[in-house]
Design a protein around this ligand. Structure first.
Ligand code: NAI
Length: 792
């Protein structure tokens, strides 16, 4: 023990251990053996495995590895409970969720200590961040339950939801998942991570106390095999997953074609950008929150430090100085900053990545402190001298390891920031509002923090771009992930697939006539297909109408390249995009008779004028929306505002339906264009001529070349190329083939692009309920939440 005199000299912290008495008593009450929580009852503890305290390696309890039968029972209970949960009404659910929030607050300390024991993260964080935010989630979402009938009148709950979470924020992830699901009227089968199941089991007890009806919340524990059983269970309507990109891919693949709704919150390698005019001391504190919060085991951790060259040395010196002061030690000590890693497996993984960087010549720097001998620990680490392509600069390390690099210009900072397959979050530090707000929109990430870091709130959406996944958690956009538009239920069950049939040569017509061969439309120009093949298109009576180009892989690649070059379309003002759509409508109207005749010849439809008129109206409809789908300004309980912006997704591939070939094409392409996306469209395979006739309309409508590209040919083949293309951000398939839709979902798993498929169900393109509305706007956009200092 140091003397008082010595303490006054060193001004060191004294030990401030948090008591574990209540948490240990709770574990003892359960005999340190836990079954599963199904239908509001505990099963016996079978086939158990240990969960340990990673700070000292001591076993805390034995937990059950659920079997597929257990998952069956949990899904059945959830299914049985779901209608009753909906029938409780918004207010009924709100009251119960409010009770959960209250109970979480009441037992916050018990939760915080248990979380720290099971996970190794510091009590400072579980007490001050994880628990308050978890309670806030239930409060906020109790509000959405209350307002559901007003705010989501055209939606219903999805049904039974399977939720799988990782170990880095066990109870907070639980709240992020369960609160919106319950608010919307879903019931839940929830699986915590195998390393950290205890707070989820304590939460089960809260559910009982709050009066959650049996079957509404079911908690099954175990490893990835239990996750798999949930993902593949036919009784589950939606999967919500947070975890590694690798498992996200597996889940995307195995749910392909199942019709299950899916949201994936995956990995990241987020940039932390410091400009030379930043408040450097504040930025250092932000960096501590960004990369050393939770030992860096945070999906949005600012693990790539990008500093402007002129202040690089000064900033790095400040960072090292601050790192020396980080206190590493028992997570239960209230004055410690850095706790233990979740498991020795993670320690070894981090060690391997850092040592590989050392072997490659990087400089590895750690503060002079020592980590405790027992348990799994890793000291805060700074890596310099890594190349931009080095593994440590590209791989998600998921530990307290920061990789630093310098840049010269804002342009270079943006380029480096976006040089990653991920797109979860970014921090921008600058005292210049113009610079910060110029850089934020250029960063491809779902969250951008300006002069702050790692802020979260239930009212603000969180989620990624690119391989960081899709879907949002929190805010109104998070609620939509747990809702299904009522119009989906109105869709007919069977696809309306046009007969292809044999094309009969019309008398006197030659398939070689030049004016009868429609080319492809790429980069604003009509181009011959790469393969120099064409296919004959017949009319309703089987007679030959025209040839269209047989697009192939190369044509799609050219079209995607042209779409990327047309980036100006995304930057054009919404007013400007609306004008172009109105202009297309006007030019289509001028040639309405011609299009009607074409539709009639192709499909034999009796009243083709109706389809042309509806297409013109649809263009007006999406032109109207172009400048009205505004974002929101959230006011989270912090010093700042969060601006939720609807950004275009990027380049969208669209496989258009066969039924109503003009209206179907316009109904999908127009909303994508309206919101600033660039499109590679594959028109109806059976009846592509209405789309190829549009080339001249487009040419005279001021649409910039490359904003819309049209490739005719085999829908299956072209869809495959689009699904696997790394530079296509989303793929929509609505030509009514269930198999084709499943294939698109499966193939898209590699690039984790967003998909929107018809799933083999037809859509009445005339019905605004099925073909218009918010759902399309949501598919055509992704929300970026920009946190901005305000009133500080
Ligand atoms: P993980 O992705 O394997 O585990 C997350 C959850 O998914 C756990 O509940 C696990 O049991 C479950 N799971 C595993 N395999 C599954 C499957 N085939 N089907 C359904 N569920 C399955 O992550 P893990 O192994 O714990 O960590 C490995 C690495 O993943 C970390 O080092 C880190 O790089 C990354 N990671 C990223 C997270 C993020 O939020 N971005 C969270 C956790 C891990």
């Amino acid at each position: 023990m140091p003397t008082i005199n010595e303490i006054l000299h060193t001004m060191d912290y004294g030990p401030a251990p948090e008591s574990t008495k209540e948490a240990q008593a709770w574990l003892d009450q359960h005999g340190r053996r836990f079954g599963l929580f199904i239908d509001n009852a505990w099963t016996g503890a079978n086939d158990t495995f240990a969960t340990t305290n990673p700070a000292d390696g001591v076993e805390l309890a034995q937990v059950t590895q659920a079997t597929p039968d257990d998952v069956d029972r949990a899904v059945e209970a959830a299914r049985r409970a779901q209608p009753g949960w909906v029938a409780l009404g918004g207010h009924g659910r709100a009251k119960i969720m409010y009770a959960i929030a209250r109970l979480l607050q009441k037992h916050a300390r018990l939760f915080a200590v248990l979380e720290t024991l099971d996970n190794g993260k510091t009590i400072r964080e579980t007490r001050d961040a994880d628990l308050p935010l978890s309670a806030r989630h239930f409060y906020h979402h109790a509000g959405w339950a209350q307002l559901q009938s007003e705010e989501f009148a055209d939606y219903r709950a999805v049904g039974v939801v399977g939720q799988i979470v990782p170990w880095n924020f066990p109870v907070l992830m639980l709240a992020w998942k369960i609160a919106p699901a319950l608010a919307a009227g879903n019931t839940v089968v929830f699986k915590p991570a195998e390393y950290t199941p205890l707070t989820a089991l304590l939460f089960a007890q809260i559910c009982l106390q709050a009066g959650v009806p049996p079957g509404v919340v079911n908690i099954v524990t175990g490893d990835g095999r239990v996750g798999e059983a949930i993902v593949n269970h036919p009784g589950i309507d939606k999967i919500a997953f947070t975890g590694s990109t690798e498992v996200g891919r597996i889940i995307r693949k195995s749910t392909a074609g199942s019709g299950k709704k899916l949201s994936l919150e995956l990995g990241g390698k987020s940039p932390f950008i410091v400009f030379d005019d930043a408040d450097l001391d504040a930025a250092v504190e932000g960096l501590v929150d960004s990369i050393w919060f939770n030992q860096g085991q945070v999906c949005c951790a600012g693990s790539r430090l990008l500093v402007q060259e002129s202040v690089y040395d000064r900033f790095i010196a400040k960072v090292k100085n601050r790192m020396q002061n980080l206190r590493v030690g028992s997570p239960l000590d209230k004055s410690n900053d850095i706790g233990a890693l979740v498991d020795p497996v993670q320690q070894q993984r981090i060690h391997g990545l850092v040592e590989a960087a050392r072997a490659e010549g990087c400089e590895i720097w750690q503060p002079g402190c020592a980590a405790p001998a027992a348990g799994s620990w890793y000291l805060p680490t700074l890596i310099t001298g890594a190349s931009t392509s080095a593994a440590v600069a590209q791989t998600e390390i998921f530990g307290p390891v920061l990789v630093a690099m310098s840049f010269r210009t804002p342009g270079e900072a943006v380029q480096l920031a976006n040089n990653t397959v991920y797109g979860l979050a970014a921090c921008v530090w600058s005292e210049s509002i113009s610079l910060a707000l110029d850089v934020a929109p250029q960063i491809k990430a779902g969250v951008v923090w300006i002069n702050t870091a790692n802020q979260f709130d239930a009212a603000c959406g969180f989620g990624g771009y690119k391989e960081s996944g899709f879907g949002r958690e929190g805010g109104k956009e998070g609620m939509y992930e747990y809702l299904t538009p009522l119009s989906e239920d109105a869709r007919p069950g069977a696809p309306v697939v046009a007969e292809k049939g044999q094309v009969r040569q019309a008398e006197g017509a030659s398939p070689f006539a030049v004016d009868r061969t429609a080319k492809l439309y790429i980069g604003g120009k009509q181009v011959r297909p790469d393969g120099a093949y064409s296919r004959a298109i017949g009319g309703a009576d089987g007679a030959f109408l025209a040839d269209v180009g047989e697009g192939n892989r190369k044509d799609i690649r050219n079209a995607v390249e042209a779409a990327h070059k047309a980036a100006g379309w995304a930057k054009a003002s919404a007013h400007n995009r609306a004008q172009v759509l109105y202009y297309i409508a006007e030019n289509l109207a001028i040639r309405a008779e011609e299009f009607a005749a074409r539709l009639s010849a192709m499909t034999g439809v009796r009243d083709p004028q109706r389809e042309v008129a509806a297409s013109i109206e649809r263009l007006f409809y999406w032109a109207a929306w172009a400048d009205k789908y505004d974002g929101q300004a959230h006011q989270p309980p912090m010093h700042g505002i969060t601006v939720a912006l609807n950004e275009p997704v990027g380049v969208i591939g669209v496989i258009c339906p066969n039924e109503n070939p003009l209206l179907g094409f316009i109904s999908l392409v127009a909303p994508a264009l309206a919101l600033g996306n660039r499109v590679v469209a594959v028109p109806s395979e059976a009846h592509p001529l209405a789309a190829t006739d549009l080339y001249q309309v487009l040419d005279t409508s001021d649409l910039p070349g490359g904003a819309l590209n049209i490739v005719t040919g085999s829908a299956d083949e072209l869809a495959r190329t689009l699904a696997t293309h790394g530079d296509v951000d989303a793929l929509w398939r609505h030509d009514g083939t269930a198999q084709g839709c499943a294939e698109v979902e499966r193939l898209s798993s590699e690039t984790l692009k967003r998909t929107w498929v018809g799933g083999g169900k037809g859509r009445d393109w005339f019905d605004p309920k099925q073909a218009c509305g918010r759902t399309l706007l949501q598919h055509a956009s992704q929300v970026k939440n920009v946190w901005i200092p305000y009133g500080v």
